[in-house]
Design a protein around this ligand. Structure first.
Ligand SMILES: NC(=O)c1ccc[n+]([C@@H]2O[C@H](COP(=O)([O-])OP(=O)(O)OC[C@H]3O[C@@H](n4cnc5c(N)ncnc54)[C@H](OP(=O)(O)O)[C@@H]3O)[C@@H](O)[C@H]2O)c1
Length: 241
């Protein structure tokens, strides 16, 4: 039985990934930071639908590296590691504190990298281990008012470029799925007018549904996807890349 750990399963994109992987027979560790209810509901639902698979809820504030070792004790077998956690802030770089930068770096780069280092031996066991980050098109093209966010998303892509070269022979692939604008909690701060203006700039004419991002994550988890590694795959409706 294959096991995936989904960081940020309580978020909208993570939730969609969980639904699609559960339907494909995966057992899942479903991570949350604050929204325990979202994950508890998933565990309940999946346990009923897929009684022969395992579903566990796990929590961890990824801004706190000191809790990583304890968190890792709850992870046994793992074949796929999916980083779907993450937040952004909207302000000018000159108004961004060192502490804010540090928190974003910890949650989206430093702690994930530490986690990967610890879990690499487990991921190597099946000879088809998978590591997938949900990055962002802003990691390639950048966004004003989100310089810190764009920087860490670019760092995720740089990390997969390099790390893929170290682990290719272990059968582990490492990639980024980089969305454009997706209809999730993260974008609820936009007014209807702002939302429409952004949608009008996107060739497909709308924000992505979380399922349309999850779809590509699931493709990468497939055993036949073993030759795709070190890549950032842009899923942005033709918007910016
Ligand atoms: N939505 C978009 O347009 C878009 C575009 C490009 C890329 N992305 C990326 O997609 C990923 C998922 O975002 P989403 O749109 O699904 O947003 P979302 O629904 O707001 O989900 C955010 C997730 O991040 C988790 N999280 C927040 N703070 C955390 C912390 N300190 N430690 C650990 N986890 C934490 C949340 O956990 P709790 O809720 O349990 O606290 C939640 O699971 C992010 O990396 C984001 O950058 C999103």
């Amino acid at each position: 039985m294959k096991h995936a750990l989904i960081l940020g399963a309580s978020g909208d994109i993570g939730n969609s990934i969980a639904k699609q992987l559960a339907a494909q027979g995966w057992s899942l560790y479903l991570h949350y930071n604050q929204n325990e209810l979202a994950v508890t509901q998933l565990v309940k639902k999946f346990t009923k639908l897929y009684p022969h698979q395992e579903f566990l809820s796990v929590s961890f504030d990824m801004q706190k590296r000191e809790n990583l070792a304890t968190f890792l004790q709850s992870i046994f077998a793992v074949d796929a590691l999916i980083f779907a956690q993450g937040t952004t802030d909207y302000h000018l770089l000159t108004e961004t504190s060192f502490d804010e930068l540090q928190k974003m770096w910890m949650m989206q780069v430093a702690v994930p990298v530490e986690m990967i280092k610890a879990l690499q031996p487990k991921l190597a066991r099946s000879k088809a281990g998978r590591i997938i980050f949900i990055g962002s098109v802003y990691g390639a093209v950048g966004s004003a008012m989100e310089v810190d966010y764009s920087t860490i998303k670019g760092a995720q892509s740089a990390f997969v470029n390099a790390y893929a070269k170290e682990i290719g022979t272990l059968g582990i692939t490492v990639n980024v799925i980089a969305p454009g604008a997706v209809n999730t909690q993260m974008n609820r701060i936009f007014s209807t007018d702002e939302h429409q203006k952004i949608a009008a700039d996107i060739p497909v004419g709308r924000f992505a549904k979380p399922d349309e991002i999850a779809y590509w994550v699931v493709q990468l988890t497939n055993e036949q996807a073993g030759y795709m590694t070190g890549q950032t795959i842009y899923v942005d409706g033709g918007w910016l890349k």
